[in-house]
Ligand binder design. Structure first.
Ligand code: NAD
Length: 734
């Protein structure tokens, strides 16, 4: 055989070992060339009587990370073009054939009459795991990197190459549905416990074990092709089945609010497929897969959550002219809430951290945060005692700015006070000189004005983290007017080092994320003052796709902080910048009732000790009126929540605060959980169509006020239906 994607060898026992190792690619992926080659291999295996069985393994670090998603993103558009060119029926046939290509080849492996064993040496995800599910035996390496999973739902797809059929034939239906819904990945021990693999073995032995299974008479028949095969949870129409399916539907709705067609398709595939023999079941899966591949949710999620995020992580915005930096030692000034978190993620990434605060006790307290976080990981078995020790050894808490000597970058997270920040900058520069890149984690002070305290403003930049720092994946890099390329490159290299996703924004009030999410919270306030029942506000926000309701969110961030922001906004931008109804609500909460949020146990919710939080009953009296929920248009409430944020995102692009739609989209999902199925705040507009979006804005403006007025740029774009992704065509990754 002359193969491109596999190295191969047949041993004296007639076992063909295929080492999957695609040339020129860092990872094995499933693409058309691979499918064609596999098809030919199966033909060869069937035809060559000397071949007794096949072992499939990988020559790369990972086994396979799944299908090539760049191909999938454009599926909907390609289909539309094919319909235009060749008509609906022909296009549909072609599309089904394409959507089912993987499933068909994998089924051929399963039914070729000779035993196939997969030796999984590392990560096997998506289609990369599905191919092993079609093998008759799976042995996985007992190493830290190996895991199996079907994460397709995370990008709006589902496992369409047999995953929805083989998984529920291997484990109980509730477990299978959970595994498929969540898109989780499991390590070897769990995979074995859940019947997903047959054997866990030392990495160096997996191929030998796979061969031993074949030599020992390994059967070339999948369990579900055996005559007496019984489903792990029995038949759908059985007493057990009846206990599984009604709650499964309810869980689906609770988790997705029906916003994720791929998750619904999983439910349908499993429900319908389990009532059919495997071949028909696979056809059912392919039908749904063809539908989901063309969905706008899949296109939007693949673009933002896979392609764009990958490009931003790889440094799409990094100035190419700047040489790579070496960031070995980072100074973090201010060991409070944020500084302690920044120190932890930096030390986790392997860098030395000098953690400075006003006195030794405060600095030590900041380091204790890292101790608490890593200790929790050790307790859960996610880190070893040695790793904990090494991590803590990398953090030097100190009150002496002199210890910053040798740092490659300084990140400041001291009090939000211009004077304190200026003093910090000066003291750090006295030790490190003018050429050090100095970053501020300020959330409200303009970077341009803080930079005037630096000896070289071009080396001053904003690196804005979100809390909690160890969990939130987004970091906003803020460019002051004079920030230079070296500072930008250094900041991006730092964010890459700590494995977070950066977006680069120009200096403006609220930067990007806080500006948009502020609109979301304010919309909740205004609904409350209109008399919308508080529980309805919270629930409808989640139905719209937001992870938490606006009132809950405000409680977490603190309502007294909102009160400060309202006052600062009025001072800086004038009275008209704040809606009087919103101001009245916040003032009543904070000034009259001292309800500051979760932090003092009293906010929009009450937080009884040891009990579940409950909406504060006093809320209903604040509006002075209560609408009958049956008269409220739920769809319109949902639209208001998303449109008010999206129109603000559009304004940031119109003003040049954000210059790349990928950053607005990824930033909105990672920064404040903007309904992920839309692909983000800008994709929400683009997929709706700029014309339809502007019409919707006009309708909402007429009813609810100027906060829905679209920027002139968007109105212009709507005239021709131009999209943001066309107008601001993203720059390609470096
Ligand atoms: P914090 O009050 O918890 O911590 C500030 C720390 O700075 C304290 O430990 C204090 O002792 C220390 N400090 C003050 N003056 C100092 C000096 N001269 N030298 C060294 N240390 C000094 O505040 P925080 O919530 O961590 O916020 C810090 C910064 O991060 C602020 O600029 C804030 O706007 C920004 N920020 C906060 C959040 C958030 O959610 N809290 C989110 C993003 C950004």
């Amino acid at each position: 055989m002359n193969l491109v994607n596999f190295k191969h060898d047949t041993d004296a026992d007639g076992i063909l070992t295929l080492v999957w190792d695609m040339p020129g690619k860092p990872m094995n992926v499933l693409d058309q060339s691979l499918m064609n080659e596999l098809d030919a291999i199966v033909d060869h295996v069937i035809a060559d009587a000397a071949i007794k069985g096949v072992v499939l393994t990988s020559g790369k670090d990972a086994f396979c990370a799944g299908a090539d998603l760049t191909m999938m993103e454009g599926a909907g558009k390609e289909f539309a073009a094919a319909v235009k060119a060749r008509g609906q029926e022909a296009a549909m046939k072609e599309f089904m054939a394409q959507a089912g290509a993987g499933s068909r080849v994998f089924r051929r492996i399963e039914t070729c009459g000779k035993p196939w064993a997969a030796a999984i040496n590392g990560v096997a995800l998506g289609g990369g795991f599905e191919i092993t599910l079609a093998c008759h035996y799976r042995v996985i390496a007992d190493n830290a990197k190996a895991q199996v999973g079907l994460p397709e739902v995370k990008v709006g797809l589902f496992p369409g190459a047999g995953g929805t059929q083989r998984i529920p034939r291997l484990m109980a239906t509730p477990d299978a549905l959970q595994f498929l819904f969540k898109g989780e990945s499991w390590k070897p021990a769990k995979a074995k416990q859940m019947n997903l693999v047959h054997e866990v073995a030392p990495e160096g032995e997996i191929v030998a074990r796979a061969k031993a299974w074949i030599k020992g008479g390994g059967k070339a028949v999948a369990p579900w092709d055996e005559k007496n095969f019984k489903m792990p949870s029995g038949k759908i129409f059985s007493p057990i089945g009846m206990m599984v399916w009604p709650p499964a539907n309810a869980i689906y709705r609770k988790e997705t609010y029906d916003n994720y067609p791929a998750v619904k398709a999983i439910l349908k595939c499993v429900y319908e497929g389990l009532q059919l023999p495997i071949d028909q079941a696979l056809t059912v899966e392919t039908r749904y897969f063809a539908q989901i591949m063309r969905s706008k949710e899949a296109a939007a999620m693949i673009r933002s959550l896979f392609l764009s995020m990958g490009e931003l992580n790889k440094g799409a915005r990094r100035p190419k002219s700047e040489p790579k930096t070496t960031l070995k030692k980072i100074g973090v000034i201010g060991a409070g809430f944020m500084g302690a978190g920044i120190a932890y993620v930096t030390a986790m990434a392997g860098a030395e951290v000098v953690l400075v605060d006003r006195d030794q006790a405060a600095a030590d307290k900041g380091k204790a945060h890292s101790d608490a976080l890593i200790s929790a990981r050790v307790a859960k078995g996610r880190a070893t005692a040695e790793q904990k020790e090494a991590l803590l050894a990398r953090i030097t808490p100190t009150a002496d700015y002199g210890d910053l000597k040798g740092c490659d970058l300084v990140v400041e997270a001291v009090f939000e006070d211009r004077g304190v920040k200026a003093e910090t900058t000066k003291k750090a520069q006295a030790v490190l000189g003018a050429d050090i890149v100095f970053a501020s984690n300020t959330s409200t002070l303009p970077i341009t004005s803080l930079a005037t305290e630096a000896q070289k403003p071009e080396n001053f930049i904003g690196i804005h983290f979100f809390s909690p720092v160890d969990k939130m994946m987004l970091v906003e890099i803020i460019m002051g007017e004079r920030t230079g390329d070296k500072a930008l490159a250094t900041a991006l290299d730092f964010v890459r080092l700590i494995k977070k996703t950066p977006i680069v924004v120009n200096d403006t009030r609220g930067f990007f994320a806080n500006r948009c999410v502020g609109r979301y919270v304010a919309e909740g306030h205004l609904m409350l003052m209109e008399g919308v029942p508080p529980a309805m506000i919270e629930n409808v926000a989640r139905m719209a796709g937001m992870p938490v309701g606006p009132l809950s969110l405000n409680d977490e961030v603190a309502i007294d902080l909102s009160w400060k922001i309202v006052q600062a906004t009025k001072k800086d931008l004038g009275e008209q910048a704040v809606d009087p109804a919103q101001e009245k609500l916040i003032k009543t909460m904070v000034v009259d009732h001292e309800r500051f949020g979760r932090k003092n146990g009293k906010g929009f919710y009450d937080y009884p000790q040891g009990g579940k939080k409950k909406l504060w009953p006093g809320l209903s009296t604040l509006a002075g009126k209560a609408l009958d929920p049956d008269t409220i248009d739920v769809e319109e409430l949902k639209q208001r929540f998303l449109v008010v944020q999206a129109v603000e995102a559009a304004r940031t692009m119109a003003e040049g605060v954000v210059t790349d739609p990928r950053e607005a989209d990824v930033g909105s999902i990672l920064g404040f959980g903007f309904a992920p199925f839309t692909g983000g705040a800008i994709s929400y507009i683009d997929f709706m169509g700029t014309k339809a979006f502007v019409e919707l804005c006009d309708r909402l403006t007429a009813k609810y006020g100027d906060r829905f007025v679209p920027p002139a740029l968007l109105r212009d774009m709507a005239k021709t239906g131009e999209t943001f992704y066309a107008k601001f065509a993203p720059k390609k990754a470096a």
